[in-house]
Design a protein around this ligand. Sequence first.
Ligand code: SF4
Length: 419
Amino acid sequence: MDARLSAKFPFLKEALEFAEENSADLESLLTSENFSPARARGRERVMDAIASGEVAYKPLMRDYDCLMEVMSYPYARMLVSVVWDRYLTKRYALGEAVRMNKVLSGEDHATMIKVSDEMGFHAETDPDGTMRMKFPDYLMLSSRMKSVDWKLINSDVRAGMVVLPGEKFNRLMQNALQDKIESELPLRPPDEFLPYLERDAAAVKLALDDAKAKMSPTRGEGMKDEFLPPCVKHLLEMSLKGINLPHSGRFALVTFMSALGLDYDAIIKIFAESPDFDESKSEYQIKHITGELNGTDPYTPPECKTMKTNGLCHEPDALCEKVNHPLNYYRIKSGNPMRRKEGESRPRPSLFRFLQVIIALCTAVRLPTTANQSIIISIQLSPNPKISKDPYPKCIATYWMTGNTVESTTLSARPRSPA
Ligand code: SF4
């Protein structure tokens, strides 16, 4: 197996085979001194992702360094799994995906197709150096791209295939890897792994908390009443006076408090004064809204327009005229304004482009499917291995490195909490 290719793309089956050829198993990764560079690099991968949203890449020449790089990938995935934080999972997935995009830009078409195939997207190359992808795949992978350049109507579509320059193709592969990792993690590390991961996981958690505090509108200093917008102040006052809030008011309050970083205990105290307070019901609602219940993203607080529609905008002041969101009000008043992106104008699609899309729709044979179409969602773990002299079953390494299906299904791929 190609050592350098494996180091560049440690999520490929080829990387797993390279590790197996070199007798690198998970026991050695966690316990052997020989693998301490892999553990250090694995931790660095996660730290890079937290700090900059990109896992750094440096070219490697020696096979030993390539092996360490390959094994650092499952170690990083274990750390992310142990910390068990949705933001971290997403950030790490982004970091690995951005790294892959950069690495892919220096590769030939055969490698681009190999990477694409392994992520479940069939691609072809043209003699002129462009890439082609089926338009349903294109639609799926480009759905989050906001620029008009990515609209299908502005793309070159031929016989159901979208023709793409290399950099655009690689950007879509970035999205594919990001989705893949997000759907795979967190995994359940066996109990026996935990003592070996504890120290690095604690360091990651610390860095994560720090990054979250910096990102928060309160910059980790806790909510300050003097910065609250009039609408939220009013909702809080009503709640503390024991006045029943309408459902939309509770939703606005919980999402706002959650966005400011208040935890469940702090939020539920606000509702404890309500005359119809029912702790178990409130707990369910709060945890559902904050995403704690299902491990999903928290709901975002409603913008001013929605607040006005719901009759929740209360005595707006001068600053209210300059904002479109209660969180922006808080940010500006606390001296932490949010950066805004320049708006882009949207060119009118030409008739030619429109016809191209119609032809593509008529000639394509496959319909778009869900974003996780090709991603394994029911990865299972066979009985927990022990840290022992015995080599790990092949499937366990697969589980941590490529996320591919393994035999013997007994546990959920997304268990409720790590052991
Ligand atoms: S304008 Fe917006 S921030 Fe101001 S009170 Fe109304 S909803 Fe709240």
